[in-house]
Design a binder for this molecule. Structure first.
Ligand SMILES: Cc1cc2nc3c(=O)[nH]c(=O)nc-3n(C[C@H](O)[C@H](O)[C@H](O)COP(=O)(O)O)c2cc1C
Length: 167
């Protein structure tokens, strides 16, 4: 007897069994202005050279911005930043909403925006991309890495979690 392939919903639910951290990928969309997107597809890829990957849905506004700017930030969120993850998972972003959520950007000397309060800031140069189904895998070469105090926000079975003992 063979097992039938999962439906899209079953596939999504099944993959939710794999716990991840949560990142926000940021790009300068216009001079001094930022577009961010919540992404948990982030992974490390290579040490020599230092490469990371993120997978971006073809419908995401971030995709053409990444292709154009070729430089981006990755902020690994802290366990107190769930509302920020939710904000950057919405299609509409506004200065008013960012003020309300106290979202602030730090601009690196290289001119890449990252999110204040995150536990890790990476700045990356886009070095490769691969279309894979309805997503594109972007490979970034890490230029800078800044590690900060705090515990990570986790995502598991479609819900936010914190490390045991943190709540
Ligand atoms: C926890 C979480 C993780 C996500 N991870 C990804 C991801 O890795 N890639 C992706 O394309 N969308 C991901 N999304 C969905 C996007 O954040 C969402 O579709 C967003 O609106 C697209 O951004 P845009 O404003 O650039 O269109 C995730 C959403 C959540 C809540």
């Amino acid at each position: 007897m063979t097992t039938p392939p999962p439906t899209a919903l079953e596939f999504r639910k099944a993959l939710g069994q794999f716990p991840t951290g949560v990142t926000v990928v940021t790009v300068e969309r216009e001079p001094g202005l930022v577009h961010g997107m919540t992404a948990n597809s982030f992974t490390s890829v290579s040490l020599h050279p230092m490469l990371i990957a993120i997978c971006v849905d073809h419908r995401a506004k971030l995709l053409p911005l990444l292709q154009k700017k070729k430089r981006f930030g990755v902020s690994v969120l802290k366990d107190t930043q769930e509302a920020i993850s939710e904000y950057f998972a919405k299609r509409e972003q506004s200065a008013e909403a960012e003020q309300r959520l106290a979202i602030r950007y730090h601009w690196t000397p290289g001119g890449i925006p990252v999110l204040e309060g995150a536990i890790l800031h990476l700045t990356c140069n886009l070095v490769d991309s691969h279309i894979a189904g309805d997503h594109t895998v972007f490979i970034g070469e890490v230029e800078t890495a800044a590690v900060h105090d705090g515990e990570p926000l986790l995502f598991f079975r479609g819900e936010y979690r914190a490390l045991a003992g943190n709540h």
